[in-house]
Design a protein around this ligand. Structure first.
Ligand code: WT7
Length: 674
């Protein structure tokens, strides 16, 4: 794919109605020695007319068993005109596993190329897997899945640590047309059960356990607990496959009617498996993300559009070259891992590091040690990890050379300029452009992002939309704002990788993303556009919290708290946190006669951890004899956010029903000024 082609085509095809802007050439910043081959600046391109050409050209690089029948892309983004839908290359048949493995091995001669350098939690624990080996393992496991009765369209739940077999399991599913639903291994039994039930999974794939730093997580015990909870709700999952990952023997619960061992299932199974040819619009995977009503939403992505989108964003945003060694530190249990550990890099035939451990184990130099060990060229992490490491200063970083690094990426939450500067200056020694990529589980891939060194950077800004993405900023009344402005970040048209529905609840898909402002996809984020047209994400403007780059809904945490018998009402707000970005500050009103104590506080924290997972553990729990409410009974979260921050300028509180609670809440405050 040549950018020149797009630029030429762009000219002359510009029409007023379609709001096409421009793509112009740009000189790389002087102080940045890195020269990318892609010399263009995407200052808000609206490739409306060009979408079929742009993505059509890209689609030609992939294998399709048969061609699409209708339009290249077809959609309705306007609820007032009927049902919302997005379709890309409908009628075309393909297989994503075939594209990311077979094509690389058999057509591009990459069989012996390393797909993953697996680096375990414990230094020295390592393994290399080539494209050919990965293909063999995937085919073999795909045959195992078939023999277990898994068929096209069936959902399979995967609850595993960061091991190569996790990638094998996901690709084996998609090879036979099954839909994976990966649940991050930090989630609780209750959360796993909820996700299995919602997606009606026929099979669960898990492991015996793993170490996070020096802490052992008995995954199978949690998985069993989840399966029991499913049975209690009359949904008996018939099969569970367990990978033995721990080197030492740990006792795992075993139910011979349900459980089978990964390794023993493989014996004698063929390493050849014809892929199942699927429609471009057939489901690829479900991934749950927090919903503001409390119940997680099963975000559904389909095959063709997602494949084109993650492959292309990976290639351009990280300026991928065949000799690169790429490392994304995310967990595959999140969308970042799906798109930019598994599908995007493999579609490009890239070599990646797959890291099981933590940035701080056994010490805070681990990341840079790994960078040097594998000569990592492109590195992708989260602001929370940067802030965490920043606390220890530059010495642990400078112990290692890092001279292989070329591009640094960040994702998950707004990056504060201090962390950006540290990343750019200390980690990258001002040699490496930083790509601040804004996107969501729902968007499938990057939507606002710089292209390395082609886009002049502004620390803290995700800069401009990716090709074909058309953002807008709306005010409260849904009017599009022009020029420098602040408001709701929305998108005016789909791109191939956007989600298609909420699994089993299309209504919820429409309500959540399309109802507030008909004609637009609503991100839920606030955004600022400056005089140069740069976009700056200001954070969520719905009832969501972003803790260490992970979204949580306040409602979800509140309902976990009120399930405790001592709590009658709970309200959760965010309080800024130096490392995690945001932390959970919880107000609880207790049942008559119960008094607040350290023990109760610990119980409540445990309760939330058990209901949701460790990432949702409250940071602060405050006794709230009363909550600030309006006369109509609505909790005034705005006021609670101020109290959590110990800020006394509450703004307008005239709608408050009983203002005496405010003083009481300030008195009971958990901690001092920030
Ligand atoms: C929310 C989506 C996309 C993978 C990880 C999170 C926030 C994400 C950025 C960024 C500012 C960001 C937004 C978004 N977010 N990236 N570069 N700058 N904010 O996926 O769990 O679906 O969360 O993360 O608030 O809506 P997710």
């Amino acid at each position: 794919m040549q950018f020149k082609k797009i630029q030429i085509r762009n000219k002359g095809n510009v029409t007023q109605e379609m709001n096409l802007t421009f793509v112009c050439f740009l000189v790389v910043e002087d102080d940045c020695p890195y020269q990318p081959p892609v010399m263009c600046h995407h200052n808000g391109p609206s490739l409306c007319f060009l979408i079929p050409e742009f993505w059509g050209d890209i689609a030609n690089d992939f294998y399709w068993k048969s061609k699409h029948t209708g339009q290249f892309m077809d959609y309705n983004f306007d609820v007032t005109k009927g049902e919302i839908y997005i379709k890309c290359m409908e009628g075309a048949t393909t297989n994503i596993c075939y594209n990311v493995l077979d094509c690389n091995v058999h057509e591009r001669g990459l069989g012996d190329k390393v797909a993953f350098y697996w680096e375990g939690n414990e230094p020295g624990d390592e393994m290399t897997v080539t494209y050919r080996e990965l293909l063999q393992q995937v085919c073999q496991f795909a045959n195992v899945l078939k023999s277990q009765g898994v068929k096209k369209g069936d959902r399979v739940s995967i609850y595993m640590p960061m091991v190569v077999e996790l990638v094998v399991a996901m690709l084996a599913c998609v090879r036979i047309g099954a839909v994976h639903s990966i649940v991050f291994a930090g989630f609780s039994a209750e959360s796993l059960c909820e996700r299995i039930l919602d997606s009606q999974c026929s099979l669960l794939i898990t492991a015996d356990g793993f170490y996070r730093g020096d802490k052992l997580i008995n995954l199978k015990v949690i998985a069993d607990d989840a399966l029991q909870k499913c049975r209690d709700k009359s949904f008996p999952v018939q099969r569970c496959i367990m990978l033995k990952h721990l080197s030492k023997e740990v006792e795992v619960p075993w139910n011979p009617e349900v459980d089978q061992c990964w390794l023993s299932l493989l014996s004698g199974v063929s390493e050849e498996c014809e892929p199942e040819w699927c429609d471009s619009e057939d489901p690829l995977f479900i991934l749950y993300t927090s919903g503001s009503t409390g119940k997680p939403k099963g975000v559904l992505h389909t095959i063709g559009g997602y494949m084109l989108y993650v492959a292309t964003t990976f290639k351009l945003v990280f300026d991928y070259h065949p000799e690169d060694v790429y490392w994304c530190t995310a967990d595959i249990g999140w969308i970042t891992g799906h798109s930019y550990i598994t599908y995007g890099p493999l579609a490009n035939g890239a070599t990646s590091v797959l890291f099981e451990g933590l940035p701080t184990y056994p010490d805070v130099s681990r990341m840079w040690e790994i960078v040097d060990k594998y000569q990592v060229t492109k590195f992708y992490t989260a602001p929370t990890a940067i802030r965490l490491l920043m606390k220890y200063g530059s010495e642990p970083v400078q112990k290692y050379k890092r001279d292989s690094l070329k591009v640094l990426g960040t994702v998950g939450e707004p990056i504060n300029p201090e962390a950006w500067q540290w990343y750019y200056s200390v980690v990258g020694e001002k040699r490496c452009p930083v790509v601040d990529t804004f996107w969501q589980t729902e968007t499938g891939g990057h939507v606002l992002t710089p292209l390395p060194a082609a886009t002049p950077m502004k620390p803290g800004s995700a800069t401009f939309p990716f090709f074909g993405v058309v953002p807008a900023i709306l005010n409260e009344s849904g009017e599009e704002l022009e020029g420098p402005s602040e408001g709701y970040l929305v998108f005016k048209q789909p791109w191939p990788g956007v989600m298609r529905t909420v699994f089993g609840n299309h209504q919820r898909f429409e309500t959540t993303y399309f109802e507030q402002f008909p004609g637009y996809y609503v991100t839920g984020d606030g955004c600022c556009r400056d005089k140069d047209g740069y976009y700056w994400i200001t954070g969520r403007i719905d009832d969501m919290l972003n803790v260490s780059g992970h979204l949580l809904s306040t409602a979800e945490v509140e309902s976990a708290l009120v399930e405790h018998e001592a709590v009658v009402e709970a309200a959760v707000v965010s309080r800024p946190h130096p490392v995690k970005g945001e932390s959970l500050y919880c107000f609880v009103t207790l049942t008559e006669g119960v008094s607040f104590s350290r023990t109760l506080e610990a119980q409540l924290k445990k309760q939330v951890r058990e209901k949701i997972g460790a990432i949702a553990t409250p940071d602060f729990i405050q006794n709230a004899p009363g909550l600030p409410k309006t006369r109509s009974g609505k909790i005034m979260r705005r006021v609670l956010r101020k109290i959590a921050r110990n800020e006394r300028d509450l703004g307008d509180v005239s709608t408050l029903a009983d203002s005496s609670v405010i003083e009481l809440l300030f008195q009971n405050h958990c901690c001092g000024a920030m």
